[in-house]
Write a protein that binds this ligand. Sequence first.
Ligand SMILES: C[S@@+](CC[C@H](N)C(=O)[O-])C[C@H]1O[C@@H](n2cnc3c(N)ncnc32)[C@H](O)[C@@H]1O
Length: 290
Amino acid sequence: MRAPVRPIRGRWPRPLEARLGRAFRVDPLTILDDDADPSTFREAMSSTYVGDTIKITGSGRHAGADDLLIGALDLRQAAIVDVGASDGSTSVDLVERLGEFRSFTIADLYLTLRAVDVLGHTAFFDGQGRCTLVAGRRLAAWPGLSRPVALLYSPLISAARRRQARAREVLLLNPSARRLIASDPRVGYAVHDVFTPWTGQRPDVIKVANLLRRLYFSDQDLLRALRALHSSLPEGGHLLLVDNPRRKNTPPGVGLYRREGDHFTEVARSGHPEIADLVTLVGTGEPSLN
Ligand SMILES: C[S@@+](CC[C@H](N)C(=O)[O-])C[C@H]1O[C@@H](n2cnc3c(N)ncnc32)[C@H](O)[C@@H]1O
């Protein structure tokens, strides 16, 4: 549940934390630490609540999808883009398995925040200048989730706005992804919106995992995203869709599709990718959708 204020782990008496452990959150300032442990970083990053989708990700969650991709295609010369990659943890997993490839871009619409230190707190602002999170010594607060919390923190947020010139840019990439980018010139990152066509050199493969979900978007919007992805690929290029449903006993849904003319053709599939029905509508004009 998204409560607008949470106590920070390790800053309260132990018995209290032991009793109310689930209410506590990892220190949000972990995202400022280049040497943070990858899983603690993921936990802190997924609590930043940037944008309307969740940023939750996890290492090792795409093993089956990556198997399917590697088994179906020769990727040795491929330019690969992972759209909606969050902090890049799953991109790191795939790159580590690939060996040979031409380039790999970790892409997400929300890759940066600005952090301002003020009055013993750190306020985080998104690209639209909204204060998404305020981290103090004992409490983390999300003003966007509650009007009273926004009012309570408004003097502090106003003071932080006045100090914008001193803001630090925070890259929401996992330390493991940053290390990979620093050590492998084939790997980079980019801000990209899945609803817009890819600019620059066309990728041979686009992976989109846990972003194009009915949980987040209407069918019209999902189809709009699929059309943008189709136009981003060259003829014969591939789209990999991955869903990790959070329902118990529901295996991941994975679909690999090839751009052929104005539509996609299914190349391989495992489980039930949630929007497989919409993929078949690309290239069919303007079908009526619910
Ligand atoms: C649930 S996470 C999925 C992360 C990762 N792909 C995985 O499967 O673990 C969804 C990600 O999509 C990003 N996102 C949301 N809207 C987007 C958009 N319009 N274009 C690109 N990325 C977007 C979010 O910032 C978030 O990092």
